[in-house]
Write a protein that binds this ligand. Structure first.
Ligand code: GLU
Length: 493
């Protein structure tokens, strides 16, 4: 039975790297009819915050990765917050203690720092010397009387080679001599990450640990702890690093790293899923577009690369533009609406009115081809909402046409538009009639259509004037045309 987990620490906003790790865990579980578990690693009471946990769960939900067991779901292996599992950790700390695999270390921070500096100076690998590993009860008592506090260290068996299979990196071999007796708890009630994670992965029957490469150095520690407690070791897969374009580790300075910031910025969850899965996974072949449902069928750990993956925001924008084009129009419109509201183009009330909705849908449909992010929609469609459009009068002149010729062209457009009934004011009718007038007048398209388009949108690049006019409606269209005609007459011939 495949059981995977994502084990975030709620000490910051949901990081895009953690989201990628969650995705690989989720997909591997789905592909193998297994379970995907969310465990909140909140043993650090000071830095863990409920708002960060909410952000993480909201991010997973937004991406569509429903978990089978987790903090807000009942499951056989809960509770799913480490902060609620301290009694369990204590039991296993005591077991290690009874096996003499644990000892109290009384060294102060300063002493440890000094020891480290000495080792560095004498070119030895820095690691704990084991100074407290053989203290007698009397010594311990004396140190405690001095007021010293202690931590709990795990006693490592020296001179051993450990080989652990990793699904991505192959065999990982570690020499226990390079490890020090690391601290696994501050005291019996305060376990630290490397210890708590081993207990939980065992008790929650996690079969595969899929996580970032930065955790490889924890593998021997966790494997030795599991062995000491007679647990079987789960299987590992360490995902490649995510890199900035300059190949440094992905950082806030060069990229947004909070997942939900991407949502605010106008990215679609579909685009992020597609983008994130290719940060390390190679589908084979040329295909690049994958939905979550498709990935659940085809994802495979053997196709994950070892080398780091570049976080290319242009690629993300490309996926986003793709999904904006493909999305069901009413869904896309509802995602765009908050941006229209915050730009002041719509009130909440207007946004929920039926007739307005149909119009907004048309506007969105017309412009979706031109945007990469939903947040760009107000900027591209402002001419539908503003009372007047602003433009340089010269923009009305098509190529080298004179103001006079432009005026004539636009007059023809005005006449045609005036002749159409409200009920005929559709993009296809407008197009048909305008083109007919152009042919009859033996004119070039641009002489009529360019100034018309500019008068309606104020832009050099925009959708066709037929579509825009139809959405604007007869009254507004004619107002803009007559305004433009006035502006042309002020231009010198
Ligand atoms: N809480 C750890 C982290 O957020 C989990 C690491 C692991 O997957 O073992 O990095």
């Amino acid at each position: 039975m495949v059981r995977t987990r994502i084990a975030p620490s709620p000490t910051g906003f949901f990081h895009i790297g953690t989201a990628r790790t969650a995705l690989f865990n989720y997909l591997f579980a789905k592909k193998n009819n297994g379970s995907f578990i969310v465990r909140i690693e909140d043993t650090d009471k000071e830095r863990s915050k409920p708002e960060f946990e909410r952000d993480i769960l909201e991010g997973l939900t937004w991406l569509g990765m429903q978990w089978d067991e987790g903090p807000d779901k009942k499951g056989e292996y809960g509770p799913y917050h480490q902060s609620e599992r301290f009694a369990l950790y204590r039991r296993y700390l005591e077991e290690l203690n009874n096996k003499s695999l644990l000892y109290k270390c009384y060294c102060t921070k300063e002493e440890l720092e000094e020891e480290r500096e000495m080792q560095v100076l004498s070119r030895q690998p820095p690691r704990y010397s084991g100074k407290c590993s053989a203290r007698t009860a009397a010594e311990q008592h004396a140190l405690e009387k001095e007021g010293r506090t202690s931590t709990l260290r795990f006693r490592i068996e020296r001179n051993r080679k450990l080989t652990i299979k990793d699904h991505i990196r192959g065999d990982l071999t570690f020499d226990t001599d390079i490890l020090d007796d690391f601290i696994i708890a501050k005291d019996f009630d305060t376990p630290l990450y490397n210890f708590a994670v081993v207990i939980d992965d065992h008790l929650m029957k996690i079969s595969h640990i899929i996580r970032g490469e930065e955790h490889i150095s924890n593998v021997p520690k966790q494997a030795l702890l599991a062995e000491a407690l007679d647990f079987s070791t789960p299987e590992f897969a360490h995902l490649p690093l995510i890199l900035n374009p300059d190949r440094t580790k992905l950082s806030k300075r060069q990229n947004k790293v909070s997942l939900l910031e991407y949502r605010t910025d106008g990215y679609l969850s579909e685009a992020l899923i597609n983008f994130m899965v290719l940060l390390g996974w190679n589908p084979g072949g040329d295909r690049e577009i994958f939905t979550l449902a498709e990935l659940e069928e085809i994802f495979d750990l053997t196709r994950v690369n070892k080398s780091g993956s570049i976080f290319d925001t242009h690629k993300l924008d490309w996926f986003n533009a793709h999904y904006i084009r493909e999305m069901d129009i009413s869904k896309l419109t509802s995602l765009c609406t908050p941006y229209f509201i915050s730009a002041g183009y719509l009130t909440e009330k207007e946004a929920s009115a039926k007739h307005e909705d149909a119009k907004i849908e048309k506007i969105v449909d017309l412009e979706r081809e031109r945007i990469h992010k939903i947040s760009e929609i107000p900027l591209h469609t402002s001419y539908f909402f503003l009372t007047d459009v602003e433009y340089d009068d010269h923009l009305l002149l098509w190529k080298n046409t004179s103001p006079q010729a432009t005026q004539e062209g636009l007059r023809i457009a005005e006449k045609v538009l005036l002749s159409l009934d409200e009920s005929d004011f559709t993009a296809s009718k407008i197009e048909q009639k305008l083109k007919q007038a152009i042919v009859e007048g033996k004119l070039k398209n641009g002489v009529v259509l360019w100034p018309l388009r500019v008068s309606l949108t104020g832009l050099a690049a925009s959708p066709s004037p037929f579509d825009v006019a139809a959405i604007l409606g007869k009254k507004k269209t004619l107002e803009r045309v007559s305004h433009a005609l006035k502006r042309i007459s002020s231009l010198r011939p």
